[in-house]
Design a protein around this ligand. Sequence first.
Ligand SMILES: [Zn+2]
Length: 124
Amino acid sequence: MVSKQKNVARLERKQHKAEAALLSTLYPNVASVIIYMNYYQKSTGRTIMQRTVNFSPGSSAYFHMECMGYDCVDGGFNLEPVINTMMKGRLKSGKGELLCAANDSSSHTRIDYKIDIQYNKTSR
Ligand SMILES: [Zn+2]
């Protein structure tokens, strides 16, 4: 049952990603977004992995990162509000920390992240 739910959640997530608008459509001023993440196991603090995700103008503007917990169904990290705020203020870099909201097992993760955003030069 659990794995079936998880598959459904995965499919829905893929669907969301496929439906997300392109970065160039939503944020025409943005040349690239790079998200650097360190994953830690929430219960022990053990480092699990490092991950870097790159977005270009042709990428889907989908900033929901997976938790990596082996049984995480609908947790994860939504960096969209952070990135939105940065883009509004034309900030070039930001960082912070997020916990997976799900709490049903000890496999969930915590991340610290650093985000670099490059903007197109605008002629004013
Ligand atoms: Zn999780």
